[in-house]
Each structure stands twice: as C-alpha cells, then as structure tokens.
Write a protein that binds this ligand. Structure first.
Ligand SMILES: Cc1cc2nc3c(=O)[nH]c(=O)nc-3n(C[C@H](O)[C@H](O)[C@H](O)COP(=O)(O)OP(=O)(O)OC[C@H]3O[C@@H](n4cnc5c(N)ncnc54)[C@H](O)[C@@H]3O)c2cc1C
Length: 500
C-alpha cells in the first residue's frame, strides 16, 4: 500500500482507526461466505461523511480499489476485497441522526445496526420493517447495498421500498444525495439504483429511511406438517386466496432437529416441517384471518396448529427461526447456504429437487426459508476437513440454482451476487442486459475501482456459460473448470468481463 496514502489517512483519522497489521487485516478478508478470501491492504474506520469523502479522494489519487464494508455478514462475498486495496468499514458510523415523526422518516448513518434501529424507533411507535435474520449484527448500509429481505418483507417489501434517499460519496470523491427524503421525486430513481448495487456505485454515508407504524396486534402460529411439500402447498394456497400474512416461514425436519432442543420448542420428533404463520394489523378481525389460514393448513394435512399465545412465546418461536442458521452447527461442522428463488407454486417441486440433489451428492441439505416470497435457502451440510466434501457441496448448490432458474426463478432472493453468484449471471441476463448494467456502473465509476471483481462474470467463462446448453456440456463441469470451451473469435470487453 502506498506509504503516502497510509500516512495521509492516519493523519486524518488518527492511528487507532487505521488497521494495517497483517494479522488484523485477515479479520476483513471475507464476509460470512467464505468461498474466496483476500485480505485488504488497509482498513479504515471513519466516523463521518466528511472523513469518508476525504478518504475516497486520497484513494482515488493513489489509484487503489475501495470496498465499503458494514458488519461483514453478507453471504455472497460482497464485502470480500478480492483485489486488495482499501476497506472502508462503517462500524463507527453508527448514529441515528434525526427522527422526523411528522413525516414518518428517520435519518441514519450506515453503520447503525438493523435491530438497534427498530428497537430505538419502538418508543415512537414505529419500526424499520425489513428484518433480515441477521438483523442483530448487520448494518443499514449493508442492507441498502444488498437490498436485504427478511421474514416480514412478504408484507412490507424489501429494503428498497423503505429507503427515501441516500447520501453517497462517489468514486470521484464528490458527494450527492439521491433524494431529498420524501417519497416522490421526478427524474431518474437514483435511490433505487443504489439499493442492491453492492457497493459498486459509491459509499453510502447517510440515509433517509421510511418508518413503519408498529402494528396494533400480532398473531403467531406454528403449524406442523408431515412433510415440507404440504407446508409449501399451504403457503401457495394462502397467498392465492388473497391473504397477505406478515410472514410465512418454513423449517424442514432437519432444521427442526437443530432448533427444537436449543429453543425448547417441545416439538414432536417426527414433525416433517413447521410453517411459522404471522399476521398483523388492527386487533379486530385478526383472529378470524388467522383461523382462515389455519383452515388452509388443516386442509393440507397439518398435524398440529400451535398458537404462540404470549409475547414471550412469540419471541421464542421467532428466535428459533431467526437463529436457525447458527443452530446448524449442531448438525455439521460446515454449511453452505444457497439463496435462490422459484415461483411460489413451484416450491413443492423445488423441495423434491433439493432432496434429489442431496441424495445424488450424499450430503444432507436442510431447508429454512422465506416461503411466502418463494425464496429458498437450502443449507448444504458438510465437513470441509473431509477431502472432496467442499467441492461436492458447491456442485450440489450449483445444481439447485440452475434448476430453480430453469423453473422461471432467479439467482438470489436477497443475498446479492457478490463473488458467489457472478458466474451464474448469464443464466438470467443477456449480453444486452449486462452491458446496460455495466454502462450504468461506468457512469458512476469509469475506473472500476469500487468493489472491483464483483457481480459481473469474470473472464472468458461468462461467454462459455452462455453456450453450455447449446454444446450439451454439463453445467457442473463448466463451473468446476473441468471443461473449457474455445475462446470466441468475436468478443469485446464490457464491465471488465469478456463476452461472446
Ligand atoms: C445468519 C445470517 C442470516 C442472514 N439472514 C438474512 C436475511 O434474512 N435476509 C437477507 O437479506 N440477508 C440475510 N443475511 C445476509 C446479510 O446479513 C445481509 O446481506 C446484510 O444486508 C449484510 O449487511 P452487512 O452490514 O453485514 O454488510 P456487508 O456484508 O459488510 O456488506 C454487504 C455488501 O454491502 C456493501 N456495503 C456495506 N456497507 C456499505 C455502504 N455504507 N455503502 C455502500 N456499500 C456498502 C459491501 O461492499 C457489500 O457489497 C444473513 C446473514 C447471516 C450470516
């Protein structure tokens, strides 16, 4: 790393907030998805917008890559500084700056934790509705950059629906607000473009967020089923009947095995699946609504319907669901979480496919997912210390993703593309689609210094993947690099990637 850059940033922030010791830098070499790791050359911990602006200007002068980082809970490698350079960690930018109750909005710094924001807003009678299961750790900046989802996004919408404007430090070191914090603005929707842009367009240093009124009443029920398919059928029929619950979350038998004892749920050992149903709104009519949904569950062979009667019981059920990924450590030393989407009506078939893949690769796969959104989260369980198991886990996950796309689904419901899914992008986007995205990125960052090496497919592989079907080559062989097609004669370069 350029010694002048290090000296200038140290003078700006003070030595406590500049990390350069090699052993300390390894803390920042990946997010929660460790498909690939790479330590940054320097990590900085600014406190204000002005400090970020100054840092970005210095980094631009030195020509080094810049990666914004929140809590590093991302599951697609988004915050992994794959080309080294400078990581701007926002964990000290954790202030709630302004609560504007009259206009139902709040202005925050990006390092505020999702859960802490909702807790803070409770005293005003509000919440920040997007609630990723990681909400006790992840930051608002990371939520915006990944357009995070969560169990309650079924009713309330994803993060993008709750962002009214962001203050952005652009790659050239200039700053802008994408909106004035009101819901409507003429012209291009720049706030919408930043949501889900995975840190490639600038660093979010402040955001105006929509506050959502806390519901007057909430009902939670855990319905048990003989298998996942019947629970999925209940989800499809509930939505098709016109009901919009606040959450519909499924846990399969393996997941229940992991959480049952840990959260003292007292579920029968032979439960094949559990569907967590939550409805919220005004008190009047809520019980009738829940009874109607319970009726659908019973017609789909629910063996038991357990209401969570008190706030404590509701918290207990939700804790089991939201901490299910962590509980998997009871079943296997390593997990690989797949994030993919199918049309809701295809959920039962998707689960059958996941079970088939599990059998083919001789690896257990647990399922815990936002069923109401058709957002699957198969968790491949394996032991990375056993030779070949990591590769098998990745191949199994590739098969599931490919199958979901073939069914009209898509690559990611909420975790983003990052490093993990970039090689799949040509499955869902044409050359023209990707060129349009690359063009947009170039308008913000012509030198491609912000979070380089992410989202867009890298190298000749992207052209090859587009041809895999035509040439009859097994998808998993291509991804594993066991097969290499000839480089196409008429290629050009878009967004750092080589295209057919
Ligand atoms: C156990 C577990 C459960 C999870 N459950 C969910 C879930 O239910 N729903 C869901 O959507 N996700 C979930 N996730 C994934 C993850 O928590 C989310 O993607 C979250 O939004 C990431 O926030 P973060 O602060 O950790 O961001 P990071 O991981 O630090 O970064 C994520 C991306 O945002 C960019 N970024 C971060 N801050 C900024 C900024 N200020 N400006 C510009 N770019 C920035 C980074 O460069 C990176 O590309 C889960 C993760 C775990 C480990």
């Amino acid at each position: 790393m350029d010694s002048t850059l290090v000296a200038d940033i140290t003078a700006l922030l003070g030595p406590h907030y500049v990390v350069s010791a090699p052993e300390a830098l390894t803390t920042y070499d990946a997010d929660a998805c460790v498909v690939d790791t790479h330590a940054p050359d320097l990590v900085v911990l600014p406190r204000s917008h002005e400090e970020v602006e100054a840092i970005v200007r210095l980094a631009r002068k030195a020509g080094v890559p810049v990666v914004a980082r929140g809590a590093g809970t991302g599951l697609a490698g988004g915050a992994t500084p794959i080309q080294g350079g400078l990581v701007i960690a926002t964990t000290r930018m954790d202030r709630i700056l302004e609560v504007d109750v009259r206009n139902s909005r709040v202005r925050v710094q990006p390092g505020v934790l999702n859960f802490e924001l909702s807790q803070y807003l409770k005293s005003y009678g509000y919440q920040f509705a997007p609630d990723p299961s990681s909400q006790k750790a992840c930051t608002i900046g990371g939520n915006i950059a990944n357009n995070a989802g969560g169990p309650h996004c079924l009713k309330y919408g994803f993060t993008a629906s709750h962002v009214l404007g962001v203050r952005l430090v652009l790659p050239n070191g200039e700053s802008m607000w994408t909106g004035d914090g009101t819901p409507y603005g003429p012209g291009y929707d720049l706030t919408g473009i930043v949501c889900g842009s995975e840190g490639m367009l600038g660093v979010v240093t402040e955001a105006w967020l929509r506050m959502t009124r806390l519901p007057e009443a909430v009902r939670v029920v855990l319905a048990l089923f003989p298998d996942v398919e019947t629970s999925c059928a209940t989800v499809s029929q509930t939505i098709a009947s016109g009901f919009v619950p606040s959450s519909l979350e499924i846990m399969d038998a393996l997941t229940l095995k992991a959480v049952n004892g840990m959260y003292r749920l007292g579920l029968p050992e032979d439960a094949g699946a559990a569907l967590l149903i939550e409805v919220d709104g005004v008190e009047e009519g809520l019980d009738t609504l829940m009874q109607d949904i319970e009726g659908i569950a019973r017609r789909n062979h629910a063996t038991e319907v357990r209401p969570a009667r008190t706030a404590a019981e509701q918290t207990q059920v939700w804790a089991a669901r939201k901490n299910a990924f962590g509980a998997m450590g009871r079943l296997a030393p390593t997990t690989f979480l797949v994030d993919t989407v199918v049309p809701r009506s295809k959920l039962p078939a998707a689960i059958r496919e996941v079970q088939r893949v599990s059998g083919e690769y001789h690896l257990p796969i647990a399922n815990v997912f936002h069923a109401g959104d058709g957002n699957l989260h198969p968790l491949v369980l394996f032991d990375r210390r056993v030779a070949g198991e990591s590769a098998r886990a990745l191949e199994a996950s590739s098969d599931v993703i490919t199958w979901c796309v073939e069914q009209g689904g898509t690559l990611s419901g909420e975790h983003g593309i990052g490093l993990e899914k970039q090689k799949f992008m040509t499955l869902v986007y044409s050359r023209e689609d990707l060129a349009a995205m690359a063009g947009l990125r170039h308008a913000f960052d012509p030198a491609e210094r912000f979070n380089p090496g992410k989202v867009f497919p890298q190298g000749s592989g992207c052209g090859e993947l587009a041809e895999w079907r035509r040439k009859g080559i097994a998808w998993r062989d291509l991804l594993a690099g066991r097969v290499c097609l000839d480089a196409p004669p008429d290629h050009d370069t878009v967004g750092g990637a080589l295209w057919v």
